[in-house]
Design a protein around this ligand. Structure first.
Ligand SMILES: Nc1nc2c(ncn2[C@@H]2O[C@H](COP(=O)(O)OP(=O)(O)OP(=O)(O)O)[C@@H](O)[C@H]2O)c(=O)[nH]1
Ligand SMILES: [Zn+2]
Length: 199
């Protein structure tokens, strides 16, 4: 498993292969590969795509396991407005927005920064927004085993903005709830705290 804190080491054989493939793509769209600005582009793109998909070789459960500790706090913990950048698996174009995550602990809490780290690991994969939402939800549910967990993601999809249907203002909201968040009062309280009226 790669370190989840940085991604500075690129696998050379993979980088070389991706570089050749990006060269073919750029030639395919008629680019002059001798142009100053383009010469290093295949290598840059090869590294960028490896970073943007680096979550495929990381273990998000391990991130939580290493930072869990016992604490008698029984109320809701909300980490909201976590910025999120992912790639849609249909077009390999970005979708981006905010994730809101809450849980109600059952004797164990987790270092706060680990919640956005889990979001990043799942976001740095080829995704659909629905699966990303459930990946985060199930990972926290199964690893931290809280009394309840909730995840809401609000995102805009570049594949719907720059091409295709070309809608600039549509935002997609996905959500998932487990345990105590399946009760309407708890869910409503969470929605009030994140400022969304999905309840
Ligand atoms: N459910 C879901 N669909 C997504 C997501 N990201 C992209 N899509 C959709 O994936 C679908 C792919 O549909 P296709 O008809 O195969 O592809 P397309 O011809 O490029 O579709 P258009 O985008 O409508 O031009 C599109 O409707 C996209 O909007 C996502 O995160 N969740
Ligand atoms: Zn897409």
């Amino acid at each position: 498993m790669g370190s989840y804190k940085s991604y500075e080491e690129y696998d050379q054989p993979i980088t070389d292969e991706l570089k050749q493939n990006y060269t073919k793509i750029l030639e395919g769209i008629g680019e002059d590969m001798e142009r100053d600005g383009i010469v290093k582009t295949p290598e840059r793109a090869a590294k960028a795509i490896q970073f943007l998909t680096s979550g495929h070789c990381m273990d998000p459960a391990e991130i939580l396991q290493e930072a869990m500790f016992e604490e008698e706090y029984h109320d809701m913990i909300v980490v909201k407005n976590i910025e999120l950048y992912s790639l849609c698996e249909h077009h390999i174009l970005p979708f981006f927005g905010k994730a809101h995550v809450a849980y109600i602990p059952d004797g164990r809490i987790v270092g706060l920064s680990k919640i956005p780290r889990v979001v990043d690991v799942f976001a740095r994969r080829l995704q659909v927004q629905e699966r990303l939402t459930h990946n985060i939800l199930e990972c926290i549910n199964e690893t931290l085993r809280p009394k309840g967990v909730a995840v809401v993601i609000e995102a805009a999809h570049m594949c719907m903005m720059m091409r295709g249907v070309q809608k600039q203002n549509s935002v997609t909201t996905t959500s998932g709830f487990r345990g105590q968040f399946e009760k309407i009062e708890t869910r409503t309280e969470f929605m009030r705290l994140i400022g969304t009226d999905l309840a």
